[in-house]
Design a protein around this ligand. Structure first.
Ligand code: NCD
Length: 315
């Protein structure tokens, strides 16, 4: 059986196997050296990617855009639907049908969970989920696991701590699911206020993968054992009561003092944006912090890899 990603959609981590991830990671490595040597090439010349972002984005949008440009392809960049016919009442289905006529691949971000999945059933072309409400964010998880592998290799058992709004943060949903596909974790610590705990469907994936995990509120209990500290912001846009958000937004604050006795090898990750000081600015240029450098670069390589593997048969 030939296993590849050619013409396949990526709407959830569920469709990935460890083997497919290795294909993506190997290709990302190739992309890194391509970018460093020549900036890119023309392998996707003649291919068009539609970016349909119904929700705000800085990094995911521009890294997909850059990825396609570095491989010679064209883009339909729509960041915010306010100037499209959606404003006139056009349906989601028609919108997807239109772009699937113009483009060879659609990358979609939507506020409603499950919409990229729906789009993949409507479109004649592959669809990538770039974040669906409180659902998933598979390309972020791929770049996160790639970052962890690059730092620690694939044989070390790691103590991984995720902290913040685990209920609403789609990046941690996808990350936890993706980690469960590898024998990489010794333990996952899930740190959040009671109200913002990891959803049961994600926990059941961890259980099924026989991943040892523990839920607690107190970061101090686990910080000194952690190899990876993955911080997320409290997701303001998912709260109907702004007072609730205000209560939680600064629940945690990662700073030098807190990390005083952490492991020397600890890495600090965040999908960005940092919105309420959940990581203190004094950490931005710390050796341990990867969120303003390595993670950003890896996001580009992973997205280049995906475009190449999905759009080119020979790759
Ligand atoms: C994340 C997202 O949109 O889910 N951002 C990103 O894509 N890097 C994280 C967030 O907004 O908190």
């Amino acid at each position: 059986m030939i296993v590849n990603l050619y013409q396949q959609s990526l709407v959830s981590i569920d469709s990935l196997t460890a083997y497919k991830c290795q294909l993506i990671f190997n290709k990302a490595r190739e992309m890194e050296s391509l970018v460093n040597k020549k900036g890119g090439d023309e392998r996707l010349k003649g291919k068009i990617m539609a970016l349909l972002f119904f929700e705000p984005s800085t990094r995911t949008f521009s890294s997909f855009l850059t990825a396609m440009q570095r491989l010679g392809g064209g883009i339909i960049p729509i960041n915010g639907m306010q100037n499209t016919s959606i404003e006139k009442g056009e349906s989601f289905e028609h919108t997807i049908r239109v772009f699937s006529t113009y483009a060879d691949i659609i990358v979609i971000r939507h506020l409603q969970k499950g919409l990229p999945q729906q789009a993949s059933q409507i479109a004649q072309v592959p669809v990538i989920n770039a974040g669906d409400g409180v659902g998933e964010h598979p390309t972020q998880a791929l770049l996160d696991v790639y970052t962890i592998f690059n730092r620690f290799g694939q044989n070390k058992k790691l103590n991984i701590t995720m902290i913040g709004d685990l209920r609403n943060g789609r990046t941690v949903h996808s990350l936890a699911k993706l980690l469960s596909k590898f024998e990489l974790t010794e333990k996952i610590n899930l740190i959040s206020p009671q109200m913002l705990k990891m959803p049961p469907d994600v926990l059941s994936v961890l259980k099924k993968g026989a991943i040892d995990y523990e839920e607690t509120e107190d970061l101090r209990e686990v910080i000194n054992k952690s190899d990876v500290l993955y911080v997320t912001r409290v997701q303001k846009e998912r709260f109907s009561d702004i007072k609730e958000y205000e209560k939680f937004k600064s629940f945690y604050r990662v700073n030098r003092k807190l990390l005083e006795h952490s492991k020397k090898e600890l890495i600090i990750m965040h999908p960005l944006p940092i919105a309420a000081g959940e990581i203190a600015a004094e950490m931005d240029d710390d050796r341990k912090s990867l969120y303003l450098n390595t993670q950003l670069k890896n996001g580009l390589y992973i997205r280049m890899a995906l475009l190449d593997l999905i759009l080119r048969k020979s790759s």
